[in-house]
Design a protein around this ligand. Structure first.
Ligand code: XMP
Length: 508
């Protein structure tokens, strides 16, 4: 049985981060809404209560029955989770005069406490709270403070395995955070630390064989890491009963269709490549509104995929590379749980097939680790994200095959340059954008009136926020020169130095 830690989500922005940290300890965990604890699951070895945007006094604050967990499993409350337990057990939680946000140093650390083993006094922790615990009930006692917070951490008296920390151990700036989580997960909950890419592959392949039997499965490949890893995993489980479909909508990168098809064939996948570019160019002709462009491509993709998929006799399942952050039920501040999300919006509803999502429990870095373990080549594993509608979202204005060809050349020079200069893996994502402007230039003795290309490269960890990548000037000079000299129709190159927010990564 795969043992697990349950993280109850009270709506904090860092809940997913707690999950990632626990997984880094080679321990499987699941993030569940605050009121969905699986009381009859014997594989749970411990519980973590997350932070929350609420105060325990808010009418709408998320509450859970902590008494039902006490004494049965080790519990660690983080920030709001700690406040909620202290308050429900009779302590005082008060609004601090000013919100405490940022670094603090732990003092009066009870170093013999199992939660604080190897945490030295003076260790830096990250605080982010408006309320603070001002007094503890008799059943709890403090085990660390900071100069502003008397109860930075507490434990239940009489050795009950219940702890609370006012700070955020999951955040990188908490120097001792990983140690505290390790103390909880490994020493206190007794994790065997046997969650690894290899163990995931072994158990998932067995589960898939059981789930799918001799059924036929189709999967849409995009060239991206998630769908590639899902395909190779399924191929290992059910071999030729898996049919992969890779649709070329005509707006992929230069040579991408051929290269990726070759990669897939080398991986032994049964893959059908469909060149549907003529259909897409026809439907997109003259369309300038970005939303309309996306809709046309989305619908066109579903139609082509559906048609190809139903050529597979007796197909019963649609497999997708949905990953954990896509499907964690997130809590809305109004108190209801929101839908889960699908990679290819609209496909499952249209196709009337059962859904198979073998990566739905993995974080992105785990998907990559699984991919490496499965022997997928590094250039497929470490590829930058690329939007589903492809270069269509990077051509402002209407789309023509000629514009796509110009942009493919410029993009290829930029991306190849990043690889040659060993910069590709230092940025999250990069690409070129074709602008709907022409400007005057001079080439040889002639005046030109040609297009401008913007280059975009960003650093990010999750695409929610991003900063422009500070690429070396020498590199930019070389790329700009190469583009202007080699790409006919382009006489100007700009670099986008906007961060997200307020800008976005893509231009459309
Ligand atoms: P933005 O532009 O919103 O992009 O900052 C965030 C991330 O999402 C990708 N992106 C898309 N991916 N279909 C996709 O599959 C789309 O329509 C789309 N728009 C943006 C973008 O490349 C970045 O990684």
């Amino acid at each position: 049985m795969q043992e697990k830690i349950i993280i109850l989500d009270f709506g904090s922005q860092t809940t997913q981060l707690i999950g990632r940290r626990v997984r880094e300890l080679n321990t499987y965990c699941e993030i569940l809404p605050y009121n969905k604890f699986p009381h009859d699951d014997p594989s749970v070895i411990g519980v973590i209560l997350s932070g929350s945007p609420f105060s325990v006094y808010d009418d709408k604050a998320f509450k859970t029955d902590i008494a039902a967990l006490r004494g049965k499993l080790p519990i660690l409350g983080i920030c709001y989770g700690a406040q909620l337990m202290a308050w429900e057990m009779g302590g005082n939680v008060e609004s601090a005069p000013s919100r405490e946000y940022g670094r603090a140093q732990l003092t009066e650390v009870e170093e013999s406490n199992p939660l604080l083993h190897s945490v030295a006094p003076g260790s830096q922790v990250w605080m982010s709270h408006g309320d603070t615990i001002t007094s503890l009930p008799e059943s709890l006692r403090p085990i660390a403070s900071t100069d502003r917070v008397p109860v930075a951490a507490y434990q239940a008296v009489d050795g009950e395995k219940l702890w609370g920390v006012q700070f955020h151990p999951e955040v990188y700036h908490s120097e001792c955070g990983m140690q505290i989580l390790r103390n909880f997960v490994v020493d206190i909950c007794g994790s065997r630390c046997d969650w690894s890419a290899a163990s995931f592959i072994e158990s998932t392949v067995n589960d898939l064989r059981r789930q799918l039997g001799d059924d036929k499965v189709v999967l849409g490949l995009s060239g991206g890491v998630d769908s590639s890893v899902a395909a190779v995993l399924l191929n290992k489980a059910i071999g030729s009963n898996l049919t992969c479909i890779f649709v070329d909508h005509g707006m992929l990168r230069k040579n991408e269709f051929t290269n990726v098809m070759n990669d897939y064939e080398c991986l032994g996948l049964n893959v059908i490549g469909v060149d549907a570019s003529a259909k897409f160019f026809k439907e997109l002709a003259g369309v300038t509104d970005p939303e309309r462009k996306r809709k046309i491509i989305g619908k066109g993709f579903i139609d082509v995929f559906d048609e190809e998929a139903h050529k597979v006799k007796d197909v019963k399942w649609l497999a997708q590379g949905t990953i954990y952050p896509d499907c964690i039920e997130s809590l809305s501040i109004t108190g209801t749980t929101i839908k889960s999300h699908h990679n290819v919006g609209g496909l499952p509803e249209k196709m009337n097939l059962k859904l198979c999502e073998p990566l739905r429990l993995l974080f992105k870095d785990e998907v990559r680790a699984v991919g490496r373990e499965l022997g997928i080549p590094e250039h497929l594993i470490s590829r930058h994200p690329f939007p589903g509608p492809g270069l269509a979202v990077r051509i402002l204005g209407d789309i023509t095959p000629e514009k796509v060809a110009v942009l493919q050349e410029a993009d290829d020079i930029f991306i190849q340059g990043l690889r040659d200069w060993d910069l590709y893996n230092k940025v999250w994502q990069a690409g070129a954008i074709l602008l709907p402007v022409q400007s005057v230039g001079v080439m040889g003795d002639e005046r030109t009136y040609e297009r401008a290309v913007a280059l975009r490269a960003v650093t990010s960890t999750d695409a929610m926020t991003a900063d422009w990548a500070h690429l070396p000037y020498e590199f930019m000079a070389k790329v700009s020169n190469d583009i202007i000299n080699k790409v006919r129709g382009v006489n100007r190159v700009c670099y986008d130095i906007s961060s997200k927010p307020p800008a976005t990564i893509e231009w459309e």
